[in-house]
Design a protein around this ligand. Structure first.
Ligand code: KG4
Ligand code: ZN
Length: 329
């Protein structure tokens, strides 16, 4: 079964063709990042206008990179939330018109759940066995889930303020690095001392929730008014990154213990971070837990994960109709 995935929840315009929920035949992503850079973050109006302009071309590329023709597509699966409203509407409207024009079913899928599904794509190794605990760390969300099935996912905890990726982006801005901050903080940290400054993430009322706004403010205090050398900046970046990773590991292992689960699945843009991946693998191993990450390029927003999850849900009887609306939360 060939599924076309469409993803436009934030600044990317993405289309992908996935066979039987597992094999990626094409995975095209066009980002409007360069248009947002000078504003230090994504400007929703610019994102949705760029998506309108590029979505047809992105679909054409996704089709042309395979032997599959538009008429071979069996299902169109589209992200219908959470995300930026204007951006989501571009993808949803486009998917509806394809569904109507080609006479094929339409399915709206949740963006965060599709990040979890990235772990099931092009997997060289064995894929995670259900049930498992999933940690999604992205620019807009930080959440722990208990996954019993692709249509049976319960939230265990989430951030009470900033998302994890948002904290990386804000700290990068404080350090004068640019946007998006995650990869820049990772690069700067490589030559820094992660034990130089003792940053920590604030406690939360619920043990499986997260908080990242306090650590961002702590970095601001450590930086403001000081003319920092490159080495001092490296130490701040490395210490910040280490503290965030420690908090994510602690809560993830706590969730696994609470649910009596030995499988931990991670996804979302921040999961591309090499230091984070290394430390998760090691800590999970120390605790007898098997940890899974998607390939790095599948951590970031893409449409293959949308097509893959769509396939699984379609097989379980899920369908959308032309009333499909954007869901912001
Ligand atoms: O999942 P994603 O592509 O989009 C959302 O759904 O938000 O995640 C984007 C976020 C950004 O905040 C970006 O700074 C962060 O992921 N990110 C990273 C890395 N690569 C991307 N954070 C830390 N280290 C990285 N290597
Ligand atoms: Zn995402």
């Amino acid at each position: 079964m060939y599924v076309l995935g469409i993803e436009t929840s934030c600044d990317e315009t993405a289309a992908s063709i996935v066979k039987d929920g597992a094999r990626i035949l094409s995975n095209e992503v066009s980002s409007s990042l360069s248009f947002h850079k000078k504003y230090g973050g994504v400007v929703p109006e610019i994102a949705s206008r760029r998506q309108l302009e590029t979505i047809t071309g992105v679909l054409e590329c996704a089709i042309n990179k395979t032997r599959v023709k538009l008429s071979d597509i069996d299902l169109v699966s589209v992200t219908n939330g959470p995300g930026l409203l204007g951006s989501l509407l571009v993808g949803i409207s486009f998917a509806k018109s394809l569904s109507l024009g080609l006479g094929i079913p339409l399915l709206g899928v949740n963006h965060l759940y599709s990040h979890i599904y990235a772990n099931f794509l092009n997997a060289a190794d064995a894929v995670p066995c259900l049930p498992f605990v999933a940690l999604i760390i992205s620019g807009g969300h930080t959440s722990l889930f208990f996954v019993e099935g692709f249509d049976k996912i319960k939230i265990l905890g989430s951030t009470q303020d900033d998302a994890c990726g948002e904290a990386f982006d804000k700290v990068a801005k404080i350090l004068g690095l640019g946007y998006p901050g995650g990869p820049l903080i990772e690069r700067l940290s490589r030559k820094g001392n992660p034990r130089k400054i003792r940053f920590g993430c604030s406690n939360t009322k619920e043990p499986l929730d997260f908080s990242f706004s306090g650590i961002k403010t702590a970095v601001l205090y450590a930086v403001s008014g000081k003319g920092l050398s490159l080495n001092e900046k490296r130490d701040i970046a490395a210490s910040f990154q280490e503290a965030v990773i420690s908090a994510l590991i602690k809560k993830s292992l706590l969730a696994c213990r609470a649910k009596g689960i030995k499988i931990l699945v991670v996804g979302g843009g921040v999961a591309a971070n090499n230091r984070l991946r290394e430390r998760f693998y090691q800590k999970a191993r120390d605790n007898g837990i098997r940890c899974y990450f998607p390939a790095q390029e599948l951590c970031l927003d893409n449409a293959a994960m949308v097509a893959g999850l769509g396939y699984q849900l379609f097989k379980r009887g899920h369908r959308s109709d032309l009333e499909l609306a954007a869901e912001l939360n």
